[in-house]
Design a protein around this ligand. Sequence first.
Ligand code: ADP
Ligand code: ASP
Ligand code: MG
Length: 587
Amino acid sequence: MTLLVQKFGGTSVGSVERIQSIAKRIAINKEEGNDLVVVVSAMGQTTDELSKLATSLSTQPPQREMDMLLSTGEQVSIALLAIALNEINVPAISMTGNQAGIITESSHGRARILEIRTDHVQSLLSQGKVVVIAGFQGTSLGRGGTPEITTLGRGGSDTSAVALAAALNAEACEIFTDVPGVLTTDPRIVNNAKLMKTISCDEMLELASLGAAVLHPRAVEIARNYGVTLKVRSSSDFNNPGTILTSQGCGSIGRGGLEHRSPVDGLELLENQAVVGLSCIPDHPGIAANLFEALSAGGINVDLIIQSTHNGNSNDITFSVAENELENTKNQCKKIIKILGGNITTQTKMSKLSISGAGIMGRPGIIATLFETLSKAGINIRLIATSEVKVSCVIDTKAGKKAARSIAESFKLNEQQIHLNPQSKPSEEPEVRGVALDNGQIQISFKNIPDEPGTAATIFTTLSEVNISLDTIVQSERKNSNNTKDISFTLKKEDKKEADLALKKLTSNWKDSFIEEGQSIARLSAVGSGMPTTVGTAGKMFRALADQKINIEMIATSEIRTTCIISEKDGSKGLNAIHDYFMLDQL
Ligand code: ADP
Ligand code: ASP
Ligand code: MG
């Protein structure tokens, strides 16, 4: 018998008719000889409606009570689906997270799964029953022996399904939803978004954390780590095979917990790098496009790119290239600066140190540990690039090997996981597989902070203590008159209040420093595994925006992603422009 885990989202169980329709489909799958575990979300907008009820009573309802409330949504849909299945003579039984043995951490609201005790589910399967399990919820073992209902965070039913598939060693986990699969971008904003046949888990992790709401990032993380075959399919067109997510993972669930595997599983040190800093260049649409197009026309493969705007009228752009491309790069930049104005500085003998894994941004402590390790060793970080699957720092080569050793120790990496000067292999993968828009971020600038090792580490640690991740981190190129620097970053809107409180403590430690919130922003990102080995991808993205006269406020790249921060009002236009420029509807 083949065991399949199938998950149906809110829209797919949104009415009695839909429940009847998926029940019929489940009956056919059962008839075909499969064992079935079915995970469901709450019907339609139930979770939002329940949240509204709570917030009409209190601006800050206790998290425990929120979990009690929100988990009821899924309890309704499991029972209704089991009733519908029994009605058409498919033996089925519904189970809450607790009954299905889904054990989580005790933290309410975003609990991670520790283990799934599958005995009960397995014995029901062996009796020929379809087991219908409530997504999004679990149980903590509870202090004093009283179990507590926990929830996994919004969109968490995907995570329940993939975790069950990993624990039960299922043949595949199929996520049925209201779109045909993973599309090149959000179909609500771009009407010619196209279905992808396949996408790697790393690409999906990036897209999911950058705004592609189709899958919960933690679900992708589990699939990647344990090698679960994950498919995203349409709940209204069962003939469409949808999208398959590919990964090389095959880890076994360790004692630390199902969602507690160390997310860092690789370290890379790339020497012979150079950093080029352009400062005080004019700030208007097209500057970044002109610069990076010129570099790509010269055959130069730019690695990390960071840009920030100052006082709304001039830009600093910093980027890294291989040292043997520096002369060529300098010549190209000089030509541009001659026309535009601005200054150029270069630094050689630099190294890029990267850690890789899955779910790095979802665990702010990881980046904090990385920066603290560098800070303790007195190493200054020249450039920072963060993303869901990779975090890189550009540092002085002299410090590189020592830093790599300390970091490998901090993350308990073995020799096989450490790579010194890896060769980049040509890739068959597209430079851009998908694009995403995130309107849920705000931009913060921390002004007048000390220009010395440890500053970035202090900011990250302070925020990681309250479980907040930063993204799109840009350290300014120019120094302020009092020998301080500025650092800008983005964070989730919902984390703003807590971040403000935490950062206030730092402003009192650093004389003259202050925090400034930027204008309303949209974060646009392009993701593709072929990006590192393709020359000129970033330049194309900047050109797509320049052609629409959209100004870029900040740029931050990482290995397989390029992110631009633009004004919020231009978000949809920018997303459409980039999607068209890379002809994603025609791939
Ligand atoms: P479910 O309720 O089934 O979990 P979600 O609403 O969580 O469904 O996710 C599906 C929705 O994600 C789609 O309706 C679509 O609007 C949105 N979406 C955003 N980006 C993408 C993308 N790249 N591919 C597919 N869907 C996307
Ligand atoms: N019902 C929950 C939510 O709306 C979980 C889910 O649908 O995945 O967030
Ligand atoms: Mg969802």
